[in-house]
Unconditional design. Structure first.
Length: 134
């Protein structure tokens, strides 16, 4: 098996595990939460961001973990668990590097564009559903 395919397999295994854990935690947390606030998603995003921050810093600066294991845990597991962790990591790196303007621009652009994309997705779905009913 080529090394590129092997790396994809590591990322896929980590992603599957992260996705499964996110789903199970969402079910467990939301069953116990009152109201409609998405507390499970918030807690998962915070936890995933903390984990990715730790893994990236520790893995790149102090660990003897193999590149394959780092890929499985970061891109794979954390990416499957929450992509918000990647956004948080990239933003923190910009801010930590003193690139405040780029960091703030990234925050604003990400939040506005992602919310905008969701709103547009809602509108497209409503339009398609309405057309199917006709």
């Amino acid at each position: 098996m080529s090394s590129r395919i092997l790396l994809v397999a590591y990322a896929a295994i980590g992603g599957a595990l992260g996705t499964a854990l996110r789903y199970l935690l969402t079910l467990a947390i939301q069953e116990r939460a009152a109201g409609g606030f998405p507390i499970a998603t918030l807690l998962i995003n915070i936890t995933g961001s903390l984990l990715l921050g730790f893994l990236m810093r520790y893995g790149l600066e102090g660990s003897s973990a193999s590149p394959e294991l780092r890929l499985m845990l970061t891109t794979g597991f954390c990416g499957g668990f929450t992509t918000f962790s990647t956004f948080s990591y990239e933003t923190a790196r910009l801010l930590e590097g003193g690139e405040w303007q780029r960091g703030v621009a990234y925050i604003v652009a990400s939040v506005v564009a992602c919310l905008g994309g969701t709103v547009i997705g809602f509108a497209l779905a409503r339009t398609l559903l309405a057309a199917q009913r006709v």
